[in-house]
Write a protein that binds this ligand. Structure first.
Ligand code: CTP
Length: 388
């Protein structure tokens, strides 16, 4: 893989030398762009010697100037910025291109991975956090900084993780094969109205489905994201369709089903809806109130009955008897895979950024995955569509 390493002006810049060396040893070609401030910590020559390639700093001062930022931007299979200062993060978030590195990042179509490293207060500052969130929403992967003693003699979050750890993540990234397919992903919590101001819903945040859509887009898939309630920005590049109730989601999913190669159904669909939705706000009167509920269609089960070429992946969020329940759903809904998770486990709940999942295939294979970020789990789920 051709890796473009961006090094910015942080004391941790010396660790980027080891990153370069490890990436080279793993068989990658590495080219380095340094910011002017980075050269105050480590010399350009060090990176040139280790990478065995010329190092760019100032695009206008190179002896053979030839729009190098464009050339490097299209040369790279992957761009890694380690260490990334608050400054470069802010520049990328705002599309600023005022040196070789920031210009190259703006011009590249390659996936970008960023390793922030800075003082704890700079990291926790709302400006930096907002910028990091913007980058994540655009599909840029952030490798979380570690906690420990920082160069400024304070203890806190902000250290660049160990080079071996960063390189392992980059090598894992190579497992993300392209996904040349059309995918339908559902996400979020459906809402079932009771009256004009009230509704029944559940704790799903939509994060898992949005993470799958984000990663699938990055891997070249065409993605339709049908979303119920979720307080998230749809990833750039998806065809976004809003569906609030289970019935709306049912209709939208069936409308698009024939045109897709696979469906990943992460939405937490309400099993029941209110039979008679009141047209007026229900007034408080008697001590008890009974709502009559009627069953919603099981969308996935319907897809299982009519599927032709499509692969179907369902989810089973359980609080007990995980495997039995998930296996039953896999069978009854005629799925290819089910992603089971026990939502009572720490790090696997609805609002968490992580998940602990078990994959079960229709052929009976069971694969337990360790706790991982929802973005990493999204990639593992997408791998099911191309590996088996
Ligand atoms: N699902 C669906 N339509 C429904 C209910 C669920 O398509 N009306 C899908 C979900 O998106 C999920 C899978 O079916 O991918 C399993 O959902 P879950 O709520 O865990 O299971 P249910 O079949 O509803 O069974 P139960 O609520 O009894 O656990």
């Amino acid at each position: 893989m051709k890796i473009l390493l961006g090094v910015t002006g942080s004391i941790a810049a010396y660790k980027a030398v080891e990153i370069t060396s490890r990436l080279k040893k793993a068989g990658n070609e590495v080219k380095v762009i340094m910011t002017a401030n980075a050269t105050k910590f480590v010399s350009k020559r060090t990176f040139a010697e280790i990478s065995k390639n010329a190092v760019s700093v100032d695009m206008f001062s190179e002896p053979d100037y030839k729009a190098e930022h464009i050339e490097l931007a299209s040369w790279a299979d992957l761009v890694l910025i380690a260490p990334a200062t608050a400054n470069i993060i802010a520049k990328i978030a705002n599309g600023i291109a005022d040196d070789t590195l920031s210009t190259t990042i703006l011009a590249t179509k390659a996936p970008v991975i960023i390793c922030p490293a800075m003082n704890t207060n700079m990291l926790s500052n709302t400006a930096t956090q907002t910028n990091l969130k913007t980058l994540t929403q655009r599909g840029i992967e952030i490798i979380e900084p570690a906690t420990g003693i920082l160069a400024c003699q304070t203890v806190g979050k902000g250290r660049l993780p160990e080079p071996a750890e960063i390189v392992e993540k980059i090598l894992n990234h190579q497992n993300k094969k392209p996904l040349p397919m059309k995918l339908l992903v559902t996400a979020g919590a459906t809402i079932e109205p009771i009256d004009p101001v009230r509704y029944i819903t559940n704790h799903s945040t939509g994060r898992m489905g949005y993470a799958i859509a984000t990663q699938a887009i990055k891997r070249g898939a065409e993605v339709i994201l049908i979303s119920a309630k979720a307080e998230l920005q749809p990833p750039e590049g998806v065809k976004f369709i809003k569906a609030e109730t289970a019935l709306e989601m049912h209709d939208k999913v069936l409308e698009h089903f024939n045109s897709v190669d696979a469906v990943i159904m992460t939405a937490a669909v309400s099993d029941y809806r209110v039979k008679n939705i009141s047209t007026q706000k229900i007034k408080k009167s008697a001590d008890t109130l009974t709502l009559e509920l009627v069953k919603n269609p099981d969308i996935l089960k319907e897809l299982g009955k009519v599927k032709t070429k499509q692969k179907l992946i369902g989810f089973a969020a359980e609080t007990e008897n995980l495997l039995e329940n998930a296996q039953r759903k896999l069978r009854e809904k005629n799925l290819d895979f089910i992603v089971a998770n026990n939502v009572t486990q720490a790090g696997a709940g609805f609002a968490a950024d992580t998940n602990i999942a078990t994959f079960i295939s229709k052929t009976g294979q069971v694969q337990n995955l360790p706790k991982m970020s929802k973005l990493s789990l999204a990639d593992e789920i997408l791998n099911l569509l191309i590996e088996r």
